[in-house]
Design a protein around this ligand. Structure first.
Ligand code: CP
Length: 330
């Protein structure tokens, strides 16, 4: 039997006010998932699940963040993250201020901190920030203290917490637990914030992670996490429950590093051939944007038996709604 909308509202209120909600709210910011407890993370997932059900029951927008102002400050390009934060805010009745960096005073030399302080003086309640520097979100949060919430929408090659949360949430829609699940993260892991954030979060959720990358694109810094490395893709994907393909991060490669794309396709492309080695019910994820027929074949990308990519995008809205609602609901 379908739950009634008022029943959802009751559950949503509980999830916004329970102990993990309050401890997450006290942190004020979302910089990386390893700063959250597993209970706080489970609570984000439970709230996202309820919000998704409420959307299906047709009762959006919610009034939870009426009169709140959320600044979207993207110093690097984005389609998915920026749009989904914007839709998430609208679904909660919040207003968004979308800073166009190229026409803002950042182009006249205003610093990140001064830009943030200017937005804070105007009364914004949260700043969602993407930046090419690894420490950008953390440094801003340290500089402004508790004035407003800083939400990391991707910083350098280090962290992309909302992506890892939505990826994990999407996997948990197909399996009841990630404990003991084998997950291959494939491709350019060295320059990927998605690889780093996912490896850390999935490891905490109990998954067995294997990284399969060309040597020059391998995130060797993740070895300390106790994950395995297998450069032979057919071995890496054996018995996998999930295969996560990653884009070559051209914008972050060292200048003299040239990738032979034909060789990359031959050794690391996720396609139907390689998926024969994976588990029978293996699913494929990709954070996007996808370079079709490079790291992922078009046939697999569009094959609903395997691809969770559209589900990842759709779930991004509910995870980001949950985060905004938890941090800003007062
Ligand atoms: N996955 C992701 O961060 O995509 P965008 O760069 O389009 O936001």
């Amino acid at each position: 039997m379908k739950e009634k909308p008022e029943r959802f509202q009751e559950s949503i209120n509980d999830l916004l006010n329970n102990n993990p909600a309050e401890s997450f709210r006290r942190r004020r910011h979302l910089i990386e998932t390893d700063l959250l407890t597993l209970e706080e993370i489970e609570n984000i997932f439970s709230l996202a699940e309820k919000l998704k059900a409420q959307k299906e029951a047709g009762s959006f927008p919610l009034e939870l963040l009426r009169k709140k102002h959320i600044a979207l400050t993207f110093y690097e390009n984005s389609t998915r993250t920026r749009s989904s934060f914007s839709i998430a805010a609208a679904n909660l009745s919040a207003n968004t201020v979308n800073l166009d960096i190229s026409t803002s005073s950042v182009s006249k030399g205003e610093s990140l901190e001064d830009t943030a302080r200017t937005l804070i003086a105007m009364g914004v309640d949260a700043i969602v920030q993407r930046h090419s520097q690894n420490e950008a979100a953390e440094s801003l949060a340290n500089a402004i203290g508790d004035a407003v919430s800083i939400i990391n929408a991707g910083s350098g090659k280090r962290s992309h917490p909302t992506q890892a949360l939505l990826d994990c949430f999407t996997m948990l829609e197909t399996v009841s637990s990630l404990k003991g699940k084998r997950i291959a993260i494939v491709g350019d892991t060295k320059y990927s914030r998605v690889a780093r954030s996912n490896a850390k979060l999935l490891k905490r959720m109990g998954a067995d992670i294997v990284i399969s990358s060309p040597p020059e694109l391998s995130a060797s810094d993740l070895a300390d996490l106790g994950i395995s490395f297998e450069s032979d893709l057919s071995k890496a994907v054996q018995n996998c429950d999930f295969v996560m393909a990653l884009r070559i991060q051209e914008e972050r490669l060292e200048k003299d590093l040239k990738i032979d794309k034909n060789s990359y396709i031959e050794k690391y492309q996720i396609n139907h051939g390689i998926l024969k080695e994976a588990g029978q019910n293996a699913k494929v994820l990709h954070p996007g944007p996808v370079n079709r027929d490079l790291e992922l074949s078009s046939q697999v990308m569009d094959d609903s038996k395997y691809s969770l990519i559209e589900k990842q995008v759709a779930n991004g809205i509910f995870i980001r709604m949950a985060i905004l609602a938890l941090l800003l609901n007062s």
